[in-house]
Write a protein that binds this ligand. Sequence first.
Ligand code: GDP
Length: 229
Amino acid sequence: MELKPSLSRQQTYKCLILGDSGVGKSTFLRRHATGQFRDEHVPTKGVQVYTLLLQTNYQDLALELWDVAGDERHGGLLNGYFFFAQCAIIMFDLNVARSAISVARWLHSLEQICGKQLPVVICGNKSELERMPLDLLYHQQGNLDYCEMSARVAWNLEAPLELLCRRLLQRNDLKLISQPTLRPIASCSCDEAEMRQHMEQVRQQILPEKSEETFSYKGGNFKDCIVLN
Ligand code: GDP
């Protein structure tokens, strides 16, 4: 994927990258923008915007990816950044229960400002590590989708972007073409089949038709923490 900030506005979609600090948002963006991976966690200051040009089997489009810093994200400061967003990725760390619990809060804040029709992909990162016991439930209603990836081993990095493009262009068979060949970090190993199987299991845990919840996490001591109305 190529960095190309000069596309016309009609082809450019503003996309927020939300999620708790440390889940891998900046790493995900850096991997796409430069191919690099950094082991240390450097909290984002202010807001960083990357524009990725995506080529699909239908048309080219650009996603303007907004990585917003700090815990003020749940408060007033963040709201300004939400304006005019056209889609979002809400990321969590598959190994940190609290970050999964936060997903519902992020979704709630987003929906309050941008409405429920916004295409959103919930994305579990660090899938190459041993996962926390996870019982994620999600409702594939409206514009909500789910995927897992590992920025470290460069596995499934395009999935959140492809899922968003499908919804933005309303083409279920859309595919990204000319994907980058990002290399895993040396000394990283992963079981791709196992990672894919886990993701598919979660994708199949679809909530009943009438439920008000769109995403929930039940596990450990956090049983009742997420109920999204
Ligand atoms: P942010 O605060 O959400 O932007 O998080 P960062 O992108 O700064 O990442 C936080 C930490 O997680 C850094 O130490 C990264 O190296 C690490 N990290 C990011 N993605 C992965 C991944 O897929 N696997 C592993 N094991 N670590 C990752």
